[in-house]
Design a binder for this molecule. Structure first.
Ligand code: HEM
Length: 371
């Protein structure tokens, strides 16, 4: 999609899409301004999404963010390093041939297991966890009303089950606190205010929905880069300290999230267009990340890009809370892969299915060989 996004950024940097009834914004500067100005560009959505931090505006957003940040600190994440390493090694130990599907064998289970452990879900519930998180991010294969209704029904059912599940765990933790995120969220407090049960449960569900598919796509997209530019493999093997720079460049170049939505709370001018109050505005991060006014040779993949101010984790008050976790998982995943295998290559057999969502850049499967 990046050729199309480049063309649109040049030809119609701010445009109205009458099919989808929304405004599209493609330039770095404009995207950044929108994400910065949470007053004019609101994150609030219709009923039902009310207790999810992602869809809150200030002042409620800040209150909630302060509370969950207490439990979800970069330090707490850093401490997961040895566990994530051992999960990554176990997954690769289970691959006995010199071929695998990087998506299903590695990139999908890794973040699911990590998040399940972080939350404190018992091991035996992992399979169920994976099914729930798949349903949450599943999109309709076709655009028929029928397909849409089927997906929505499935999603509602999974949500209900997840709510019940987390409510049950909370009950157990109330009686017997554990060293896990759920207990930490139950104890987090600011000026005597605690999170409600509904807020905690919604936050846990959000972590599954926001954290799993995105991290899966970060890993798969990174492997895709390594197979498209095999010379990088030797380079990273020789200098593993370049892996974090590699991860940042993957995030910029093949971003797991390509677009971020907002709603205009007022009439507002962007570029030479006037956006009406109440309009949906889509910020195309996938286009902004390759804006030549901000990035030198934006369509080249460069390990020496410094700084690398991509906006794949968003910008401003909603900046991804899970970024430290995603970066850590990405780093560990590539350390493990590059340590073990010399030549990662795309398998010649099997076609690759892109994920059917214009907001996501990723594939459902990516068969590789390694030696
Ligand atoms: C918010 C991207 C991984 C939890 C966001 C936003 C983006 C994003 C773009 C901002 C959305 C907006 O402004 O409307 C990503 C990408 C990831 C990733 C690309 C992986 C490469 C994770 C993980 C977690 C997580 C692993 C947690 C386990 C969250 C939460 C928010 C968020 C809780 C809401 C923050 C707020 O509204 O204040 N993420 N994310 N994300 N992300 Fe991530």
């Amino acid at each position: 999609p990046f050729d199309t996004l480049r063309r649109l950024r040049h030809e119609t940097p701010v445009r109205y899409d009458s099919n989808r009834n929304c405004w599209d914004v493609f330039r770095y500067e404009d995207v950044q301004r929108i994400l910065k100005d949470s007053k004019t560009f609101s994150s609030e959505r219709g009923a039902g999404a009310g207790s999810t931090i992602l869809f809150m505006d200030p002042p409620k957003h800040k209150q909630m963010r302060d509370l969950v940040s207490r439990a979800f600190t970069p330090k707490a994440i850093q401490e997961l390093t040895p566990r994530i390493q051992s999960i990554a090694e176990q997954l690769l130990d289970a691959v006995t041939e010199d071929a695998m599907d990087i998506t299903s064998d590695f990139a999908t289970p890794l973040p699911v297991i990590v998040i399940a452990e972080l939350l404190g879900a018992p091991k035996e519930d992992r399979e169920q966890f994976k099914r729930w998180s798949d349903i949450l991010v599943e999109s309709a294969d076709d655009l028929s009303d029928e397909a849409f209704r089927r997906i929505t029904d499935k999603r509602m059912k999974a949500m209900e089950e997840l709510y019940g599940y987390f409510r049950n765990i909370m009950g157990q933790r109330a009686a017997e606190p554990q060293d896990d995120l759920i207990t930490a969220l139950m104890n987090a407090e600011i000026e005597g205010e605690k999170l409600t049960e509904k807020e905690i449960v919604s936050f846990c569900v959000l972590l599954l929905a926001a954290g799993n598919e995105t991290t899966t796509n970060l890993i798969t997209n990174g492997v895709r880069v390594l197979t498209e530019m095999p010379e990088l493999q030797e380079r990273l093997f020789q200098s593993p300290d370049l892996i974090p720079a590699f991860i940042e460049e993957v995030l910029r170049y093949y971003p797991p999230i390509v677009a971020i939505g907002r709603k205009a709370t007022d009439q507002v001018q962007i570029g030479d267009q006037t956006i009406e109050k109440g309009a949906q505005v889509i910020s195309w991060v996938g286009a902004a990340n390759r804006d030549e006014s901000r990035f030198v040779e934006p369509d080249d993949f460069r390990l020496d890009r410094k700084p690398n101010p991509h906006m794949t984790f968003g910008f401003g008050i909603h900046f991804c809370l899970g970024a430290p976790l995603a970066r850590l998982e990405g780093k560990i995943a590539f350390q493990a892969l590059l340590n073990r295998y010399q030549n990662l290559a795309r398998a010649s057999s099997g076609s690759i299915q892109p994920i059917q969502s214009s907001f996501v850049f990723g594939v459902k499967n990516y068969p590789i060989t390694m030696h």
